[in-house]
Every structure is written in C-alpha cells, then in structure tokens.
Design a protein around this ligand. Sequence first.
Ligand SMILES: NC(=O)c1ccc[n+]([C@@H]2O[C@H](COP(=O)([O-])OP(=O)(O)OC[C@H]3O[C@@H](n4cnc5c(N)ncnc54)[C@H](OP(=O)(O)O)[C@@H]3O)[C@@H](O)[C@H]2O)c1
Length: 221
Amino acid sequence: MGTYLVTGSNRGIGLEYCRQLKKRGDYVIATCRSSCSELDDLGVKVESGVDISSIKSIQKLSNKLKETEINVLIQNAGIAEFNSLSNLDLDSIIRQFEVNALGPLSFVNTFLGNLVKNSKIALMTSRMGSIDDNTSGSSYGYRMSKAALCMAGKSLSIDLNSKGIAVAILHPGLVSTRMTGYTSLGITPEESVKGLLERIDSLTLENSGTFWHSNGDVLPW
Ligand SMILES: NC(=O)c1ccc[n+]([C@@H]2O[C@H](COP(=O)([O-])OP(=O)(O)OC[C@H]3O[C@@H](n4cnc5c(N)ncnc54)[C@H](OP(=O)(O)O)[C@@H]3O)[C@@H](O)[C@H]2O)c1
C-alpha cells in the first residue's frame, strides 16, 4: 500500500489508474482541472483546479500537499492535437510542449520534496515520441513534445538515482479513450492500466529510465 498521485484523473487512462489503485487498497490523490461524478464516486482524494501547464496552479497544489509523502507520482495528463506540414499551427505545437513536456517536468520538480527514498515517478509519454519508431511522420506537436518528455524522463532517472527515486517512461498502447476518438482498434483503459501498473510495480533503481510499452516491451528511443 502506498500513496499515489495521478494527474489528468477525470477520464480515460488517468481515471482508470485511480479506479484500479483504489480497488487494490492504495491511497490515491487524483488531480484534475475539473472533476466528474465517475471520479467523485471512486472515494479517492480529489484535488481539482490543477492545470499541468500552469506553474501557479502546480504551486498551489504543492502548498496544499506540503506535508504529504508521495510514494508514486503518475504524470498522466496530456493532449494530442493534429499538426501536419500543411497545417503547421505553431501555437498548437507550443501548447502541446507546455502540457506534454514542460508542465510534467515542472510538476515533478515541484513535488520532489514529497518523494522519499524508494519513491517512483511514472511519466505517461507515447510511442509517437519515439524517433526510431516513427514510420508515418506528421503529428509534429505531439511527437516532438512526447520525445521531449522521454528525454526529460531519462535525465530525471539519472539525476534522481542517488536519491533512491526511480523513473518509468511509459507508453500505454493504443487505448480507446477520448484522445483517440474511442477507436475500436485500441485496447481498453482497463487492460492498459493493468499492464502499466505491472510496469510501475516492477520499477527499480536498476531498470529506471527505461521506455516501456504497457505490455512490457522495451521501446526504442
Ligand atoms: N489513448 C492512447 O492511445 C494514448 C497513447 C499514447 C499515449 N497516451 C497518453 O496517455 C495519457 C492519457 O491519455 P488518455 O488517452 O487518457 O487521454 P484523454 O482521455 O484525452 O485524457 C487526458 C487527460 O489529461 C487531462 N489534461 C489535459 N490537459 C490538461 C492540463 N492542461 N492540465 C491538467 N490536465 C490536463 C484531461 O483533463 P481535462 O478534462 O481537464 O482536459 C484528461 O484528464 C496522455 O498523456 C496521452 O498522451 C495515450
């Protein structure tokens, strides 16, 4: 049993993390911009008004949780906007960098004081952020911001090793959520989170900094 903080917890993969963690008896702090009845009904501690792209909002939460020890920080919040060469909307690309890369790094950095020896950090990135795996191009903002998050995760794994904190860099699989238009080609959030929790449970200082698929495959950078 431990204390898990999950960002972006009001739907999709984040909500499912909260559901499975609560079910197995962990204490869950679920952060979101705005809650919903499904999250409220889980009986977890909900912290709403948390925007991952706002330093002010992250700081406010940090002040509130000053005395709280966190065993596992799951940075799950993210956005995907489509940018092709013919639609290179730089504002959209910047927004994705803020939410998918800069926000998560600053969130983790702000909460380092809440993490103790043997704590873990799980960053929800994407295979779309893999350079080696990119065979279909496009999606500039999403791919670039998730690649940046992968790099942040790798550096964090090195910098935090001496503090006894391990970092997992995770791809959930193609999952049927609002982000993917509830694609019928995807796995369910239940199946994805089952695998993701297996990865987080088996995360150690020795395998810290690895980029995993929820199914356990190690992904190329
Ligand atoms: N689904 C997939 O196939 C897939 C594949 C690879 C990676 N991922 C990654 O997995 C994570 C979860 O994705 P999902 O499929 O569950 O997507 P989703 O259903 O769209 O959920 C995204 C979550 O992020 C939150 N969020 C977005 N912007 C935020 C912000 N500025 N501050 C705080 N929260 C914010 C959303 O909350 P609001 O309601 O406030 O917007 C929502 O809770 C994301 O990081 C995504 O990139 C998903």
